[in-house]
Design a protein around this ligand. Structure first.
Ligand SMILES: NC(=O)c1ccc[n+]([C@@H]2O[C@H](COP(=O)([O-])OP(=O)(O)OC[C@H]3O[C@@H](n4cnc5c(N)ncnc54)[C@H](OP(=O)(O)O)[C@@H]3O)[C@@H](O)[C@H]2O)c1
Length: 338
């Protein structure tokens, strides 16, 4: 492919070790080796992108770097022969946006094994409204269902319900008939009641303040009040949830926004038979990956996908990164690239 110039967000480390971001011009030949060159039309901003963009070495080792763990667009060329020019495709996870130049750019180049053909029933835009967050939410729900959790088993608690993964998990569960209790970490009373209404409109049957699932007493177990839960924040919230799950309940875990440490003991597992199920969207193999996208584009497709959505162009990404880092982001951020 000819060596075109294109725009990309680039995060750089300054001499004072602080990180700044700017829109710069890159060339196709700057992109890493790979089979498929994709012209990116849409991407999104996830918490992990905010970490990469701000120099978190657990996510991105080397700078300057273009973040963006999601990308959707059209194939320009594919050296593997699996895709044809013009095919509509998406990529989420693998190494995209971590140590491989990411989707916050007009072009990406990736291995063919990372690329998913856009499922029927979704537009490129809709696929990125979901993005990694929606995919992870659907994986969490898949795990819960795979463990035999049924709507008649009672409420499912969803933590981080105002975030990308949490809000979509809550909405999918509500759509397929579950009673969802949303734990939302908020603000003053007026804001809470306004936000409670938003979350209920999106499908939550009840909304509780996140502090109710963030116990610091050090107790080994609490009353088993939640039949099952989808946790998206980790840390002490996840520990509190595990200690508060009812007999035989299941908890999925995917996130570390509230911390990566898990201060827990064996009693919920050995006295109540609680199961903790891990969710990983990054290395999820292709077969289950395609099955999850099929659900997201079909049976589980959300009716009002644009609710809780902020749409920006590359210029607006900086503000969204700051909101994510300051834990003030709500719902999803879609980025229209071209
Ligand atoms: N395992 C995977 O494959 C995978 C994939 C995608 C994302 N993730 C992880 O999942 C988590 C959520 O991702 P996201 O994109 O949805 O992020 P997000 O949009 O920033 O949402 C995270 C939510 O967590 C809650 N939260 C943040 N800090 C908290 C704290 N200190 N204590 C309690 N709650 C807190 C907030 O919701 P409330 O205000 O409602 O409490 C926030 O909206 C992140 O840790 C991300 O890295 C993992």
């Amino acid at each position: 492919m000819e060596n075109k110039a294109f725009k990309a967000l680039v995060a750089r480390e300054g001499e004072d070790k602080t990180f700044t971001r700017a829109i710069e011009t890159k060339n196709i030949e700057d992109l890493p080796e790979g089979d498929v060159v994709i012209k990116v039309l849409y991407t999104s901003v996830n918490y992990k992108d905010a970490l990469s963009a701000s120099g978190n070495r657990g996510v991105t080792r080397n700078f300057p770097h273009t973040p963006g763990i999601d990308a959707a667009g059209t194939v320009e060329e594919d050296a593997s022969g699996k895709f044809s020019p013009g095919d509509e495709v998406l990529v989420t996870g693998y190494d995209l946006g971590m140590n491989t130049s990411g989707g916050l750019a007009e072009y990406v180049r990736v291995p063919a094994g990372w690329v998913v053909k856009l499922p029927q029933g979704l537009t490129l835009k809709e696929s990125m409204i979901y993005g990694t967050a929606g995919f992870t939410a659907a994986l969490s729900v898949t795990k819960l269902l795979g463990a035999g959790v049924k709507p008649e088993d009672g409420e499912v608690l969803v933590t981080g319900a105002s975030g990308g993964v949490g809000s979509i998990a809550m909405r999918i569960l509500a759509k397929i008939g579950y009673n969802v209790v949303a734990a939302a970490g908020l603000m003053d009373e007026a804001e809470f009641s306004e936000y409670e209404k938003t979350l209920k409109d999106l499908g939550a049957s009840r909304v509780i303040p996140a502090e109710e699932v963030n116990d610091t007493s050090g107790k080994l177990m609490f009353k088993g009040i939640w039949p099952n839960a989808v946790d998206t924040v980790g840390g002490n919230v996840l520990a509190t949830v595990i200690k508060s799950i009812a007999y035989g309940g299941v908890v999925t875990t995917c996130g570390n926004a509230a911390g990566h440490e898990l201060d827990i003991n064996v009693y919920p597992f050995i006295l109540r038979g609680v199961s903790l199920l891990g969710v990983d969207s990054v290395e999820c193999p292709m077969e289950p990956r395609l099955q999850v996208w099929e659900k997201l584009s079909g049976e589980w497709k959300l009716d009002n996908l644009e609710d809780m959505l902020t749409e920006v162009t590359l210029d607006g990404v900086e503000e969204r990164i700051q909101l994510l880092l300051n834990k003030q982001s709500k719902g999803r951020t879609l980025v229209k690239i071209q």
